[in-house]
Design a protein around this ligand. Structure first.
Ligand SMILES: [Zn+2]
Length: 116
């Protein structure tokens, strides 16, 4: 059975075998896949996942702010408390799968640093 590197990465699994854990910490990539031995330590997604997560969270949150504003008309202090929690929570929740998916894409397309 072949594994989709992107969906394996999205579920935080090794992009080659889909079984071993991709991360050893919250966002720290494991040195090696514990299942197939793939060298995960060499993979680096840079700032890519954070940029995608920023856009996704923005696209979800901004319309939500206007809907809540129009429908419930909450006081401004509630907005000041609610939206930072929503934005932080969504970002922390999405960052791991986004980084996994991006590492999966890099593995699939054999992307790496250009070396001379
Ligand atoms: Zn593996």
């Amino acid at each position: 059975m072949s594994v989709s590197p992107v969906s394996a990465g999205f579920s935080c699994r090794c992009p080659r075998c889909g079984r071993g854990r991709l991360f050893s910490g919250y966002l720290k990539v494991a040195d090696k896949c514990e299942s197939c031995g793939l060298d995960l330590g060499a993979m680096d997604s840079g700032d890519g996942p954070a940029v995608f997560v920023m856009f996704i969270v923005l696209i979800i949150t901004v319309p939500l702010v206007f809907v809540v504003w129009a429908v419930f008309e909450p006081p401004i202090w509630l907005h000041a408390i609610l939206w930072p929690i929503v934005v932080t929570g969504l970002s922390l929740w999405l960052l791991r799968p986004a980084k996994g998916a991006m590492l999966g894409l890099q593995f699939k397309h054999k992307a790496g640093e250009h070396r001379v």
